[in-house]
Design a protein around this ligand. Structure first.
Ligand SMILES: *[C@@H]1O[C@H](CO)[C@@H](O)[C@H](O)[C@H]1NC(C)=O
Ligand SMILES: *[C@@H]1O[C@H](CO)[C@@H](O)[C@H](O)[C@H]1NC(C)=O
Length: 655
């Protein structure tokens, strides 16, 4: 990849590159087996749903709904025997792909000019309104040829390099000049496509598709002459769909095959363009340095203070034992016994609502494993973008299988809390959180159905997911819970007193809310750069492929979550407050609040919805993502704190 043009920069970053191999290289590994064609072979062109993307005038996204290519209002030509669905993976369907066959006929190496896909179509005013409003919202068409998305060529103003950006415009909005008000702009509908296919000769009479560009045009006076041959109009007279009367439209296309030197293995490179990679790297290095600095400071301070504390406590004990008769010394010792040691008789007291906490922790462990393995797989290149939907599929499958881990962690934690309601624990671990997520998802889906958009997940797919859940994940989770139930509980190193201690009033930053606000921002700081790119890829339907970066960020986030929470728990214990369990969960989990906040800021910055349903959908999905982040980071915080608490109370002697 062209990321390292600056040798100085590349030298500085090389150490980081060792742990974060630059993502593009990943795709050369397993990849997808290439398809070879001979001259004259038919190369199928598939159509996918139309997706909203940023509009030219303000670079903002106006909608979140995608629409089927064969939605009646578009009147696109269907193949003679009707459009057929192309087999897709589960992840691909959930992420909105609806891939179907098309009426375009492409033959390897054979140029075509101005072919018609079907007879002329009549647009009634209602359909014209629908299409015009999609043009105003900046919808893109998405085609696939040999697994490659049809793209438009863009130029990066930074270094004048050109690259392929998947998707091309449904139409465009024409304005007389810059002062034209929004309502006087004229939506222009594209009805002609120049399809440029780059091909590479791989052997004798063996050719491969290595790039697809589409240049859409609007030609008002195109006419269908006979059969599939048409006469194309001129570009000076664009086509406008009238909203008052019917409009006749002829859809045409031309095909140009261009010999290319790009081999099959690197054909994705020009699609995966990084705008100004230096800024990207620098921001990552920046946050990594801050995070690592923070962690080192925190841990050195903590380790030094703790060592002193422990030495003092043990010395006092020793002193007290040596000099049993010297009552004054013992009293002095007791008085000096302060800070976290004082709460040793309460620190392992079970938290309130142990059932809920253990269920959340089980689910957090499951998410943790799922996220870690998915990112690692993606980074190693097993989920190349030519394998559409592989990412979504692997996420669902891993989550399903890690149900066993979730069950185990939940049951064992519950046992350590001294829980008794085993049936509830076994049942709620695989059901509670997925039920919340699934019902929210289902409700949001109803909105999509109501809009007749194609992004709605079909009933059959929902059924498959629920089936997968009940047939695989629930039994695995229960098996895991059983194993966790059989294993011994994590023993507390000190005895818990009968009577709970009084907790002094907390003050300043140690009160729950301020401590959460302070601590939550740091793990968020580790991921916000990547979060921004992930949001871009989700909402603007762009390929996300920077898994090397994401992997590093995930690691940084785990470390920050753990260290910040441990520090907070230490302060809380020193203030003689022993309710650390929920506290640690919420302290780390608070970063989810920042994730949600950043989603709102992202809305203000990059989105400008024209319908309230888009807003509801956006907020709903953002809330779901934040909930997952909450459970995930909260669990990291809890387990780090638990290990910390066990460790420090093991190292002191208590009579
Ligand atoms: C890019 O092209 C423009 C116009 O052709 C030129 O003015 C500019 O200097 C070029 N920039 C770079 C980085 O080459
Ligand atoms: C097809 O069109 C392309 C682009 O205009 C041209 O380079 C190529 O030579 C043409 N191929 C044939 C077989 O005419």
């Amino acid at each position: 990849m062209r990321a390292f043009q600056n040798p100085l920069l590349s030298a500085t970053l090389s150490s980081l590159a060792l742990i974060a191999p630059f993502p593009a290289s990943a795709f050369y590994l397993p990849g997808v087996a290439p398809t070879s064609y001979r001259i004259g072979d038919e190369v199928p062109l598939y159509v996918n749903s139309l997706t909203p993307t940023d509009t030219d005038d303000d670079r903002k996204l106006r909608s979140v709904f995608s629409f089927d290519y064969y939605h009646d209002a578009f009147h696109y030509c269907k193949p003679k025997d009707g459009p057929k669905n192309i087999q897709e993976s589960l992840g691909s369907i959930i992420f909105g792909d609806r891939i179907k066959t098309s009426a375009y006929v492409l033959r390897m190496g054979q140029n075509e000019t101005c072919k018609a896909t079907c007879g002329s179509q009549i647009f009634p005013p209602d359909d014209a309104k629908f299409v015009n409003s999609r043009i105003n919202q900046g919808y893109d068409m998405n085609w696939l040829i040999d697994g490659l998305p049809a793209a438009q060529q863009l130029m990066d103003p930074e270094d004048n390099s050109t690259f392929y950006s998947p998707g091309f415009a449904l139409g465009y909005v024409y304005a007389e000049d810059d002062e034209t008000p929004q309502e006087d702009m004229i939506p222009i509908f594209n009805n002609h496509y120049n399809i440029f296919v780059d091909f590479h000769q791989a052997g004798h009479d063996s050719y491969r598709v290595v790039g697809v560009l589409v240049e859409p045009m609007s030609l008002k006076s195109s006419k269908n002459v006979n059969g599939d041959q048409a006469q194309c109009g001129d570009i000076d007279h664009p086509l406008v769909l009238s909203e008052d009367s019917t409009t006749e439209v002829t859809f045409t296309y031309s095909v140009f095959w261009r010999d290319s030197a790009t081999p099959f293995a690197t054909r994705w490179d020009k699609y995966l363009h990084v705008y100004d990679p230096r800024i990207h790297w620098l921001s990552l290095v920046n946050s990594a340095v801050i995070v690592i600095f923070l962690i080192t400071t925190v841990s050195t301070i903590l380790v030094r203070t703790l060592r002193k504390d422990i030495a003092r406590y043990n010395r006092l004990d020793q002193f007290a034992l040596d000099d049993l008769s010297g009552t004054s010394a013992v009293e002095d010792g007791v008085q000096e016994d302060s800070g976290w040691k004082l709460v040793h008789g309460d620190v392992f007291r079970a938290p309130k609502n142990p059932l809920l906490l253990s269920v959340l922790l089980g689910n957090g462990a499951q998410l943790f494993m799922m996220a870690g393995f998915t990112i690692a797989f993606a980074m190693l290149g097993f989920l190349s973008p030519s394998n559409r939907g592989a990412l979504g599929t692997i996420m669902i499958l891993l989550y399903t299988f890690f149900g066993s881990i979730g069950g185990y962690v939940s049951a064992r934690t519950y046992k350590s809390f001294g829980g008794e309601k085993w049936k509830q624990n076994f049942a709620l671990t695989p059901l509670a959180l997925p039920l919340v997520v699934f019902s929210t998802f289902f409700l949001l889906n109803l909105f999509v159905w109501a809009r007749q958009a194609s992004g709605a997940v079909p009933f059959l797919t929902m059924f498959v997911i629920v089936g997968l859940w009940f047939v695989i994940s629930v039994p695995l989770s229960i098996a895991g819970s059983w194993a966790g139930f059989r294993h011994p509980a994590v023993e507390a190193p000190v005895r818990t007193n009968q009577i709970p201690r009084q907790i002094p009033q907390a003050s300043g930053y140690l009160r729950p809310l301020p401590s959460m606000l302070i601590a939550g921002v740091l793990p968020f700081g580790a991921i916000f750069v990547e979060l921004y790119f992930i949001m871009n890829s989700i909402w603007f339907s762009k390929v996300y492929y920077m898994f090397g970066f994401l992997f590093v960020c995930y690691g940084l986030m785990i470390m920050t979550c753990a260290s910040v929470t441990v520090l907070m728990v230490y302060f809380v214990l020193c203030a003689e407050d022993y309710h650390w369990q929920w506290r640690s969960f919420f302290t780390a989990g608070a970063s989810a609040g920042y994730v949600f906040l950043s989603a709102i800021l992202y809305w203000l910055r990059a989105l400008s919805f024209t319908s309230w349903t888009s807003g509801v959908l956006y907020l709903g999905y953002s809330a779901l993502i934040s909930l997952m982040v909450f459970v995930l980071t909260g669990s990291i915080g809890f387990f780090a704190s638990w290990m910390f608490v066990l460790k420090i109370y093991r190292s002191i002697k208590v009579d």
